[in-house]
Design a protein around this ligand. Structure first.
Ligand SMILES: C[S@@+](CC[C@H](N)C(=O)[O-])C[C@H]1O[C@@H](n2cnc3c(N)ncnc32)[C@H](O)[C@@H]1O
Length: 282
């Protein structure tokens, strides 16, 4: 194995079509179109070696959608999505639109540091006439002050009221040198009682055999990009919630958080390779 860096590089300053980007590759995994040849080539190679990557991405997305629906049902009307990405469908504001009546309101702040993700989110919010209640901030989530104090954030989020903070498949891009526990704490501390924190994180989990070997190959490949990844075990994820009570069913694999459908055989194989959970601030 090559030596693992301890921190991801700084945010990219512009669109780089020469290097694959996590945001655009993930879009490709989900069947989107906001990706370049270099991303597709990378994605295809990963898929060949680790065919569970696409079912895993889908399970992550479905978990996010179930969290948003549960938060809406619990009365939360503000959402912050850190590392929101470029996915084509099932974005937070789209789930809200599908769930809420016309006279019910919610707000969304998307945050990503990848320029294509930001441009794409801007476009879909404009196309869907959602810019008065949903916005995107281009920022590095490892700099929480720049996120929490941004005028864009303040336009959409009232920190005096509960927020559902989503950290979906983004903490595995935060290396040990960026103090992930301390980072998540800054965000937790900014939230009002009744807020939710929802996290998903890739992991070697309890996987084994060729599937685990495939995941390790995946980690090696990402290590060579500007978005290296760090796997974490369940025990590493518990402290991110800062002792807040976990909502049922606690920290589980993605498809096991309040499941709404059966998995096929390949999806079941992908199950061990991520953990997720949702907690509420007392
Ligand atoms: C795997 S995608 C996940 C997208 C979405 N959260 C989901 O779960 O469907 C990870 C996203 O996090 C973004 N990201 C990674 N590190 C980041 C950072 N330090 N600050 C902001 N965004 C970051 C990437 O650009 C990418 O869009």
């Amino acid at each position: 194995m090559s030596e693992q860096p301890a921190s991801a590089p700084k945010a990219p300053e512009g669109v780089d079509t020469e290097k694959p980007s996590a945001a655009r590759i993930y879009d490709w995994y989900l069947g989107g179109t906001q990706n370049w040849a270099v991303d597709r080539e990378f994605g295809r190679r990963v898929e060949q070696q680790w065919p569970l990557v696409r079912p895993g991405a889908k399970q992550n997305r479905e978990f996010m959608n179930r969290t948003v629906r549960a938060a809406l049902k619990a009365g939360i009307r503000q959402f912050i999505d850190l590392g929101s990405g470029v996915p084509t469908a099932g974005n937070v504001h789209e789930v809200i639109e599908a769930e809420l009546d016309d006279d019910d309101r919610a707000t969304v702040l998307y945050v990503d540091y990848e320029p294509v993700a930001v441009a794409h989110a801007t476009l879909i919010l404009e196309e869907e006439a959602a810019t008065d209640w949903a916005g995107i901030l281009q920022a590095d989530m490892r700099d929480p002050k720049s996120v929490l104090h941004s005028p864009t954030t303040r336009e959409f989020i009232d920190f005096g009221k509960p927020v559902c903070l989503l950290m979906m498949a983004v903490l595995h891009f935060v290396g040990p040198d960026d103090d992930p526990e301390g980072l998540v704490k800054v965000y937790r501390d900014a939230l009002a009682p009744g807020s939710w924190l929802s996290i998903s994180q890739m992991s070697e989990g309890d996987g084994d055999g060729p599937a685990l070997e495939g995941l390790r190959w995946f980690v090696e490949q990402y290590r060579k990009t500007s978005n290296p990844v760090w796997m974490r075990d369940r025990d590493d994820i518990v402290p991110f919630f800062g002792g807040w009570p976990l909502l049922e069913p606690g920290i589980v694999h993605l498809p096991d958080w309040r499941p709404e459908r059966e998995l096929n055989a390949v999806e079941a194989e992908a199950r061990p390779f991520a953990w997720c959970g949702v907690a509420e601030k007392p």
